[in-house]
Design a binder for this molecule. Structure first.
Ligand SMILES: CC(C)(COP(=O)(O)OP(=O)(O)OC[C@H]1O[C@@H](n2cnc3c(N)ncnc32)[C@H](O)[C@@H]1OP(=O)(O)O)[C@@H](O)C(=O)NCCC(=O)NCCS
Length: 163
């Protein structure tokens, strides 16, 4: 690893091959934890379109970490405007961080922490009420990371598959 890991925001539409590679790698990691994960090749076109929509319509941001010229990780999230379907206190918007990934050989070096800090800092001028993140029940690494950063489990999502 080089001395300096550099974090930058990139536009999804203009960097589709980088986004495809990184989100595809996250997908493979999800598949190892959840058998219901779809094949990335089958869903990627629609999924990338959805991410572009989030970027264009919900202030979505995609940040990458680079070690010299090699892209080694990413974080992606967007704003969920508070609406009336909402039970909780507070008047700001919610920042939903939907995805994140760091290549295996670069883990436990603080890369994701750096991505996370840069991403959240970029929203610091906005009135964000809370940050929301989901993770799989068996993703203990991510749960540990989240607890370490001050996040707490508030809801459990139960699923029953019918088809
Ligand atoms: C979850 C994931 C993104 C974390 O990435 P990471 O870059 O390894 O995370 P960090 O290095 O920031 O933090 C990991 C740990 O390293 C520690 N750390 C940070 N800097 C460090 C350093 N310089 N030296 C040693 N440890 C360090 C952190 O404190 C943290 O410690 P903890 O084990 O006590 O929590 C990564 O494991 C991953 O990509 N997993 C697969 C995809 C995934 O599950 N994504 C989340 C889906 S919801």
């Amino acid at each position: 690893m080089s001395q300096e890991i550099v974090i930058n925001q990139i536009g999804i539409k203009d960097n589709l091959s980088i986004v495809d590679e990184l989100v595809g790698a996250l997908h493979a990691s999800e598949l190892s934890l959840n058998i219901k994960t779809a094949n990335w090749e089958d869903i990627k076109d629609e999924y990338l379109r959805y991410m572009i929509e989030c970027e264009e319509e919900a202030e979505g941001k995609f940040f990458v970490a680079k070690d010299l010229y090699k892209t080694i990780g990413f974080i992606f999230g967007f704003i969920e405007n508070k609406d009336n379907s909402n039970f909780e206190i507070g008047s700001g918007d919610d920042l939903y961080i939907s995805e994140g990934f760091v290549k295996v050989e670069y883990r436990n070096l603080g890369v994701y922490s750096k991505l996370n800090n840069a991403f959240i800092e970029s929203f610091s001028k906005q009135p964000i009420r809370r940050i929301i993140r989901y993770t799989l029940n068996n993703n203990k690494t991510m749960q540990h990371w989240l607890e370490n950063k001050g996040y707490r489990v508030v809801r459990l999502v139960y699923e029953k598959w019918l088809l």
